[in-house]
Structure formats: C-alpha cells, structure tokens
Design a protein around this ligand. Structure first.
Ligand code: GLU
Length: 291
C-alpha cells in the first residue's frame, strides 16, 4: 500500500499565527494517525511580498511548535521553469489568454454596467469577476500589446475549459478529521470567473503552482483552512485540464480572532513569535487552538 502524504504549505509573506499553528499541527496529527508522511512546502511565488526573513520565521516557529517534516522542503520560487512549461501548454491549447485590463479599467467597466441596472457577478470572496472582454482580442492585437510592454496577466478561459469537461466536476471531501467518512462536492470553477493562472513576469499563480506541486509530490490528502473550500473548484478544473489525479480534501475550521474575524498576518497578538516572546509554551498554543 502506498503511504498517505499530507502537506503544510505556508507562504512567507508574513508571520505565522494561531491559524497556521492549527493547520500545521492538524496535518501532523492526521498524518501520524494514518501512518503517513508530512511535507512542508514554501509557497513563495509572490517574490515582491515573500522574504527570506519571513521564511526563516516559519522554520523557527514550526520547530518550536514541534512540527516534524520530511526533507527536502520544496520552495516554489526555485521551480519557475517547471511552471512555465505547463503554462506554455495551456497557452498553446488556447485555454488561457493575456488579459490587459487594469484595476481602474475593470472598476470603470463594472460601474458602467451596474449603472444600467445589472448587478455584476462576484466570486465567493466577494470580488467582482473579471470582465472577460480580452478573450476575443484578435491575435495581432495581443501581439502588438505584448510587444509594447503593456502589463497583462494570463487568465483561464473558464468557459473554454469547462467545455472540455466530459463529466460534472467534483471532489472528495472528508466530513471530519477522523477521515471516517467522505462526501462528494460539486466543483464550481465558474463561480471565480477567468482566474489568473500566471503573471507576465511570474509564470504561475497560487492555483497553478498548488495543483502541480500537490501532484508532483504525490500529496494524497490536502488538509487546509475552510477559506480555501470553494477555491478547490478552480483547482479541480486545472487538475482535469492537466491530466493530474486529484488528492482528497479536508477543509478545517478556522481559528478566529477575539473579534470573531479570520486571523490575518498583520494581527500581531496571535502571531506565534509574539506568543512565544510573551512566555506562551507550545502546549499553551495547543490549548489556545483546541488541539
Ligand atoms: N499557501 C497557501 C496559504 O498560505 C495555502 C495553500 C494550500 O494549502 O493549498 O494560504
């Protein structure tokens, strides 16, 4: 029997907080119970926001918590050429297109459309969908704009992609952390519109890198926060387009701040480094998050 493989995949764009501690320790606990492996992956494709200092902080905080993981650690920024090769495939298959609208242009377009009484659709996070006007831009015009160095992002043509799906898209979700039962969830990538698959200068996005790495590292069980539940729909679509077999998923509860809101990396009081400096022990962290 092949070993079950779990992973914890933080981004070094801030300090880890109690929410990360919960996710990391839950992955460790579930892997141990299943007799499986735990990998650590550094998701640092956003080279403008990720820093070596934050990465060093991740290692320090996780070691302090008592997390153990297999070496080597995969650092996404070291694999851009691999992502680029896959992006080139998607470009060749005309599943992605260069999208040139700036934030201001998007806002103006949506405001104009809403003035005419049509409410513009929003994604599950509440962000207005990208107006997919550039899907039909003539090839010559695309080339001209790229040659002129106009900023753009590669976006998935979600309609074209869905048209290739022979069957309904779904994923298998564990109903709780004991993994005793599963349910099938319908994937709805359309809810996100034409998501960004790569940037002009960075040949990948979170969604593309995560599905490629989960497959490459043979991750069988993705355990991560509930905030990524609906994004799984986009990732399922990319897996099907790229012929990757999907892992199973468990989206765990989120640790909320005292104000009842999701923790963010700027929320200092729940940062692991700050808690450690205030004299809280790793066991104390466990108690705080109910593990
Ligand atoms: N790197 C992502 C984050 O820090 C998590 C990705 C995932 O678990 O799929 O939010």
């Amino acid at each position: 029997m092949t070993l079950l493989t779990f992973r914890f995949a933080p981004s070094p764009n801030g300090e880890l907080h109690l929410g990360h501690a919960y996710s990391a320790l839950l992955n460790q606990e579930m892997a141990a119970r299943a007799g499986g492996r735990l990998l650590l992956r550094i998701e640092d494709i956003d080279i403008t926001r990720c820093t070596p200092e934050f990465e060093a902080g991740i290692f320090r905080d996780l070691k302090w918590l008592g997390l153990g993981w297999e070496e080597p650690v995969r650092r996404q920024s070291e694999h851009f050429s691999e992502y680029k090769a896959v992006l080139d495939r998607l470009i060749a298959e005309e599943l992605v297109y260069p999208a040139f609208m700036s934030r201001g242009e998007i806002r103006a377009f949506i405001a104009e459309s809403e003035k005419r009484g049509r409410e513009w659709p929003r994604d599950p996070d509440g962000v207005p969908l990208y107006p997919p006007l550039d899907r039909i831009l003539p090839a010559k015009e695309r080339k001209r704009r790229i040659a002129e160095n106009m900023p753009f992002a590669w976006r998935l043509n979600v309609e074209a992609a869905m048209a290739r799906m022979p069957d309904a898209l779904s994923w298998i979700e564990f109903t709780d952390e004991t993994m005793a039962a599963t349910r099938t969830i319908e994937a709805r990538p359309q809810a996100w519109g034409d998501v960004i698959v790569a940037r002009r200068d960075i040949p990948t996005s979170y969604h593309l890198a995560v599905v490629l790495d989960d497959a490459l590292q043979q991750v069988s069980h993705v355990v991560r926060g509930q905030d990524l539940f609906s994004a799984t729909g986009v990732q399922r679509l990319l897996q099907e387009l790229l012929g990757l077999s999907p892992p199973r998923y468990f989206h765990h509860r989120l640790i909320l701040g005292p104000d009842g809101r999701k923790l963010s990396k700027s929320f200092k009081d729940t940062g692991l480094a700050a808690l450690r400096q205030a004299g809280v022990s790793p066991q104390g962290v466990g108690r705080l998050i109910g593990l």
